[in-house]
Design a binder for this molecule. Structure first.
Ligand code: BGC
Length: 725
C-alpha cells in the first residue's frame, strides 16, 4: 500500500530540462516556481496522445498516467468521511485487502460541532489514511447547501448556512492537504437534491448564487486552497455544471483564480467540446454501462478530444492547460518525491472520530431534566432498530468499511456494564413497505412499561438491509431523495404508544437531517439528534445520555415542523422535472423562517446543554479600518463543565433591498468550567455587512445602522448592540 512515485529516470530527464529540484528549506514560492518549470518541461516532452491520456479515467477511480515519462495515475477515492473500500480497476469490490478503516461521523455531524478545529482533525485522519492506502485525492468534502430536508445526501453535506460551511470546510481541506493528499470539494454547484440530479436544469438569481450557494466553494478555493474540485451532475442555467463556462471559466478559474484541477463527477460529462473548452480538466466515470470493461478511449475527453484538436476545433493549448493542472496537484502532493507514509485505522484516529461524535450530538429538548440519566436508573428499555444497526456501508459512494462500529445499544452496554439492565426490542422493521407492526409495538410497549426509562432510537436510515441494491436505498442515500419528511416504518405510532406506556421516554434520532416530529413532540420530554456518528457514534450517545459528556452540538440546519413549511417546497420549484427555478432565492433555512415568521420545530443553531450560560457585556466597536469588533462575556452559570457556541448574527436596520432578518457572520465555541467566564472576541469585516447587488453585479455595503445579535441559537439572542457603517 505504498504510494507510486515518479521514477528516477524521469527525474534525470527533468534535471536536464528544468531547474534542479528545490531544497526543502527553500521558500514555498521558489518551490512552486521550480515545480512550474518542471511541469512545462514535462508537457514539452509529451505527445498529444499522451496528454489526452491524462485527462480522462483509466479505471474506475484513476486517471491516465504516462509510463514513458514516469507520470503516475492519479488515485482517487471517496469519500467524505472515510477511505472507501477498495474497488478493482472495474467496480467490483476487492476481496482479501485490508481496507477496514476509520469511519468518521458524516459531514452534517462534523458541522454540528461548530468547531473548526475538529474540521482540521477530521481532515488529518482522512489524509493520513488516504496516504496509507496509496490515494492521491480524497473525494470530499461535500458542501452542497441543505435546501430541502428531502435531499438524500444531506447527511454527507454540512449546513444550510454559507458562513458555517465556509468555516468548517477550510479546516477539513487543510487537514487533508497537510498530509500531502488532495481534497476534492464537491459538487460544484447546486446539486442540492438527488431527484433528477442528472437532468435538472437549475436557475437561481445571481444574488442567491453569490450569497448562498457559492461562498462555501469560494472559501474552499481562496482560503482552504483546495487542490481539486468536482463538478456536479445537474445543469445550471442551461449548461451542465461540469461544462459550465460561467461557473468554471468565469467564476472559479477567473474570479477566484483557482489553479487546481476540476474533475467531473462520475459520468457528468456530456459534450466533448463543451467539457474541453469550458474548464473540465479530468473526465471520470463515463459510460459505466459498459462495465466491467469500459473502453476508456470512448470517453468524451479521449478519442473525441484528439479528433477535435487534430481538426483544429480545440487548440492544443487547452489540453496543455488541463495537463498542467493535473501535474500541478501531483507536485503539490509530493507525488514526485518521498511523502508521509500515513497511518491507518489507529486508536488515535478512532479517538478523533469519538471526539467529533461527542461534540456533534444535539440535545434538542430536555424537560424536567430527564437527561442525563442517573446510574441509579436500573431498568432501561432500548427500543428501535436504529439502536442496533450499523450504518457505515450505507448511503452510496460515501460508504466506508469500518474497522468496527459501535451501535447505540453496544455503547450503552459497554458504558454501564452490569449496573443497568438494558432490554432491547426492535420496535419497527427497516423494510420496504413496512408499516407499523403491531406485534413489534406490543413488545416495545411491554418493555417500556416494565422499565424506569425508555429510549427509542429512530429517525432515518441509509436504506434497507441489502446495501448492495442501491436503488433500494431511499432515505439518506445517494441517487434518491426522501419522498416526504414523515417518519418511515410506523415509527410515529411506535413512539406514541411507548410514550403512553412510559412518560419517561427519550427519543434519539439518527439521520442526516430533520424529520417530522409533530405527532409526538408535544408529549416527549427529551429528544436528541445524533446524526450518523461514525465508528464511535454509539459510545458518544451513551456518554451523552449518562452525562459523561455534556452535549455541545448545535443544529447546522433548521428543523422545520412539516415539509410544507420548507421554502424550497413552498416558494421554490423543488422536484420539477427538467427545469427548477429557485424562487426561494436567498431565503434558505433560517433566513426564511426568521424573515417570514414561520416557527420551526427547532431553530438553526439550537442545542441544549446540561449546564446554563449567560451572555453579557457586549461591546460593538467600529474600527478605523472599517472592521467591527464584537466582544461578549460568556459565563457558565450552571454546575457542570460544558461547551456553548457564541453565535453572532447581523441585521441591517434599513436597506434598499430585501435582506434576511439576520445572517450568521461569526461564531466561537467555548468550553467553560462551572462558574467560569470568558470574553469572546470576534472581528467582522466588510463581508459581514454586504449583500450582492444585482444591479451593480457586485457586492455592496449600503451605509446605515446594523444591529449585532449575539446568542447561542438563532432563536435565542441574548444580547444586542449596533454599529453605524
Ligand atoms: C458521486 C460522487 C462520488 C463519485 C465517485 C458519484 O456518484 O456523486 O460524490 O465521488 O460518484 O464515487
Amino acid at each position: 500500500m505504498t504510494k507510486r512515485r515518479i521514477t528516477l529516470a524521469v527525474l534525470s530527464v527533468l534535471a536536464m530540462s528544468a531547474p534542479a529540484v528545490a531544497q526543502t528549506s527553500a521558500p514555498a514560492t521558489t518551490v512552486a516556481q521550480n515545480d512550474e518549470a518542471k511541469i512545462e518541461a514535462l508537457i514539452k516532452q509529451m505527445t498529444l496522445e499522451e496528454k489526452v491520456t491524462m485527462i480522462h479515467a483509466s479505471s474506475s477511480f484513476t486517471s491516465g498516467g504516462v509510463k514513458r515519462l514516469g507520470i503516475p495515475e492519479l488515485m482517487t477515492s471517496d469519500g467524505p468521511h472515510g477511505v472507501r473500500p477498495e474497488h478493482g480497476r472495474d467496480w467490483t469490490l476487492d476481496k482479501d485487502v485490508n481496507d477496514s478503516c476509520t469511519y468518521l461521523p458524516t459531514g452534517v455531524a462534523l458541522a454540528s460541532t461548530w468547531n473548526p478545529k475538529l474540521g482540521y482533525a477530521f481532515g488529518s485522519v482522512l489524509g493520513s489514511e488516504a496516504n496509507a492506502r496509496g490515494k492521491d485525492v480524497i473525494l470530499g468534502p461535500g458542501i452542497n447547501i441543505m435546501r430541502t430536508p428531502l435531499n438524500g445526501r444531506n447527511f454527507e453535506y454540512q449546513s444550510e448556512d454559507p458562513y458555517l460551511i465556509s468555516q468548517m470546510v477550510v479546516g477539513y481541506i487543510k487537514g487533508v492537504q497537510d498530509q500531502g493528499v488532495s481534497a476534492c470539494v464537491k459538487h460544484f454547484i447546486a446539486n442540492n437534491q438527488e431527484t433528477n440530479r442528472n437532468t435538472v436544469d437549475i436557475n437561481m438569481s445571481e444574488r442567491a448564487l453569490r450569497e448562498i450557494y457559492l461562498p462555501g466553494f469560494k472559501a474552499a478555493v481562496t482560503v482552504g486552497k483546495v487542490n481539486t474540485l468536482m463538478g456536479s451532475y445537474n445543469l445550471f442555467r442551461g449548461q451542465y455544471c461540469t461544462e459550465n463556462d460561467y461557473l468554471i471559466n468565469k467564476i472559479l478559474k477567473g474570479e477566484w483564480k483557482f489553479d487546481g484541477l476540476v474533475m467531473s463527477d462520475w459520468g457528468a460529462v456530456h459534450v466533448a467540446s463543451e467539457a474541453l473548452l469550458n474548464g473540465c480538466d479530468l473526465e471520470m466515470g463515463t459510460d459505466l454501462k459498459m462495465l466491467p470493461n469500459p473502453d476508456y478511449n470512448k470517453f468524451y475527453m479521449a478519442d473525441s478530444a484528439l479528433l477535435l484538436v487534430k481538426n483544429g476545433k480545440v487548440p492544443e493549448s487547452i489540453i496543455d492547460e488541463k495537463v498542467r493542472r493535473i501535474l500541478r496537484i501531483m507536485y503539490r502532493t509530493h507525488m514526485f518525491d518521498q511523502r508521509q507514509p500515513g497511518s491507518y485505522a489507529t486508536k488515535e484516529h478512532a479517538a478523533t472520530a469519538l471526539k467529533i461524535a461527542e461534540e456533534s450530538i444535539v440535545l434538542l429538548k430536555n424537560e424536567k431534566n430527564l437527561l442525563p440519566l442517573s446510574a441509579s436508573v436500573k431498568n432501561v428499555a432500548v427500543i428501535g432498530m436504529n439502536a442496533n444497526r450499523k450504518n457505515s456501508m450505507g448511503g452510496g459512494s460515501s460508504q466506508v468499511k469500518a474497522l468496527y462500529e459501535i451501535t447505540p445499544l453496544a455503547g450503552l452496554r459497554t458504558l454501564m456494564g452490569d449496573k443497568v439492565n438494558f432490554t432491547y426490542s426492535q420496535g419497527y422493521k427497516i423494510e420496504r413497505k413496512a408499516d407499523a407492526d403491531d406485534q413489534l409495538i406490543a413488545e416495545a410497549v411491554a418493555a417500556a412499561k416494565k422499565s424506569d426509562v425508555a429510549i427509542v432510537f429512530g429517525g432515518w436510515t441509509h436504506g434497507y438491509s441489502d446495501y448492495s441494491k442501491w436503488s433500494d436505498n431511499a432515505f439518506d442515500a445517494e441517487g434518491f431523495d426522501k419522498k416526504d419528511m414523515k417518519m418511515p416504518f410506523g415509527q410515529d405510532k411506535l413512539i406514541q404508544e411507548v410514550l403512553k406506556a412510559n412518560p419517561n421516554t427519550i427519543v434519539v434520532l439518527i439521520g442526516g437531517g430533520p424529520i417530522d416530529m409533530t405527532k409526538w413532540i408535544g408529549q416527549t420530554k427529551a429528544v436528541v439528534q445524533a446524526w450518523y456518528g461514525g465508528m464511535e457514534g454509539g459510545t458518544a450517545i451513551a456518554e451523552m445520555l449518562y452525562g459523561k459528556i455534556n452535549p455541545s452540538g448545535k443544529l447546522p440546519v433548521t428543523f422545520p415542523k412539516v415539509l410544507e413549511d420548507v421554502p424550497a417546497h413552498k416558494l421554490g420549484d423543488y422536484g420539477n422535472n427538467l427545469h427548477e427555478e429557485y424562487k426561494d432565492g436567498i431565503y434558505v433555512g433560517y433566513r426564511y423562517y426568521d424573515t417570514y415568521k414561520v416557527q420551526p420545530q427547532f431553530a438553526f443553531g439550537h442545542g441544549l446543554s446540561y449546564t446554563t450560560f449567560s451572555y453579557s457585556n457586549l461591546t460593538v466597536t467600529k474600527n478605523s479600518d472599517n472592521t467591527v469588533s464584537v466582544n461578549v462575556t460568556v459565563k457558565n452559570t450552571g454546575s457542570k463543565e460544558g461547551g456553548d457556541v457564541a453565535q453572532v448574527y447581523v441585521h441591517q436596520d434599513k436597506c434598499s433591498v430585501d435582506r434576511p432578518e439576520k445572517e450568521l457572520k461569526g461564531f466561537e465555541k467555548v468550553f467553560l468550567k462551572a462558574g467560569e467566564s470568558k470574553v469572546v472576541k470576534l472581528t467582522l469585516n466588510k463581508d459581514a455587512f454586504q449583500y450582492f447587488d444585482e444591479k451593480k453585479n457586485d457586492w455592496t455595503l449600503e451605509p446605515g445602522k446594523f444591529t449585532i445579535l449575539v446568542g447561542n441559537a438563532s432563536d435565542n439572542i441574548k444580547v444586542k448592540g449596533s454599529a453605524v457603517l
